[in-house]
Design a protein around this ligand. Structure first.
Ligand code: SAM
Length: 306
């Protein structure tokens, strides 16, 4: 942990399973200005937000969004001003960052952070169905109010559509074989059953480094949560939401996201909207990966609105 990142809010860090990724790097790139207005578009348990809030101080304003009301409940406790001195006002909002401009208006923020993907809270709760390593319902919704669940994708999509989802959002070469096996095994009700079906269909590739269900679970999760559409909407609205000089910091966890972030920032620079601050993505140090294996695939990119 870097200088000045000493204490940890409740539910974040040791014991909770959730360790904020690239924390010092994200805070450094945001260059938090005391008294400013900052948005944490993926507040999660409030790990990054806590560090932003400390630097904002009492005159500042922190706005946090999350699709997951369970995460917001924990963030609310971690970011409350109770027992803290010189603490900013904190507004927590339930919903997707895709609608951020309509919700918050334009020209408001001195900085915005998005730490994409799933939190350890979500992965760790077997009942929510994110993990193929635990027995749970086929849900995978970050927002429990959303309509589409993994169960509907797995049991009701036709074979071709299912294969397309697995290929497009999981970059899974065996998408057709896996989709066929899923359709033949219906109904599939649990994560363990789905994972077993995928493993059996992928049996000839046992030498792989990752679990055979990794890519298919990723694909279904991205599809169910509209993760790439939401990211594209965020990238489009960021220049409007930020003030001139405002910083955008995005941490992504797979190539489908990072490619979109890289292209949007380059395009923004080409059209004079922003200056890219990271010529190459910033990745976690060996020490961080050791402490927190989730950081292994993290890529941070940042830009400043001109
Ligand atoms: C990796 S976690 C963030 C962890 C947080 N930075 C912390 O330190 O506690 C990602 C969070 O983003 C939320 N999320 C993902 N996509 C979202 C979206 N489109 N809009 C709002 N929240 C989203 C998830 O529900 C999850 O809580």
């Amino acid at each position: 942990m870097g200088e000045g990142l000493t204490d940890t809010p409740q539910g974040v860090g040791h014991g909770s399973g959730h360790v904020p990724v690239l924390l010092k790097e994200a805070i450094d790139f945001l260059a938090v200005r005391r008294g400013g207005t900052y948005i944490d578009a993926t507040v999660g348990l409030g790990g990054h937000s806590y560090e932003i809030a400390k630097r904002l101080g009492a005159p500042g304003h922190l706005i946090g969004l999350d699709k997951d009301p369970a995460a917001l409940d924990i963030a609310r406790a971690n970011l409350s001003s109770s027992g803290k001195e010189d603490w900013p006002s904190v507004t927590l909002l339930h919903g997707s960052f895709a609608g951020i401009e309509e919700r918050l208006g334009s020209g408001l923020a001195d900085g915005m952070l998005a730490d994409l993907g799933v939190s350890s809270l979500q992965f760790g709760d077997a009942a929510r169905g994110f993990s193929f390593q635990a027995e749970g319902a086929l849900d995978m919704r970050m927002n429990p109010q959303a309509e589409l669940t993994a169960e509907q994708v797995v049991n009701h999509f036709d074979e071709r559509k299912l294969a397309d989802v697995i290929y497009e959002f999981g970059e899974e070469r065996r998408s057709r074989r896996i989709a066929r096996a899923i359709v033949r095994s219906r109904p599939i009700r649990t994560t363990k059953h789905l994972s077993d079906v995928i493993s059996a269909a992928s049996r000839s590739m046992k030498s792989e480094r990752i679990h055979p269900a990794t890519r298919t679970f990723q694909a279904i999760r991205i599809f169910v949560n509209r993760e790439l559409e939401d990211l594209e909407a965020l990238l489009e609205s960021a220049p409007q939401v930020l003030r001139p000089g405002g910083r955008l910091v995005i941490i992504s966890f797979h190539s489908l996201e990072d490619r979109r972030v890289k292209d949007a920032l380059r395009e923004g620079e080409r059209s004079g909207l922003c200056r890219v601050l990271t010529k190459k993505p910033v990745t976690a140090s060996a020490a961080e990966v050791d402490r927190n294996p989730r950081s292994r695939s993290a890529k941070l990119r940042a830009a400043e609105k001109t």
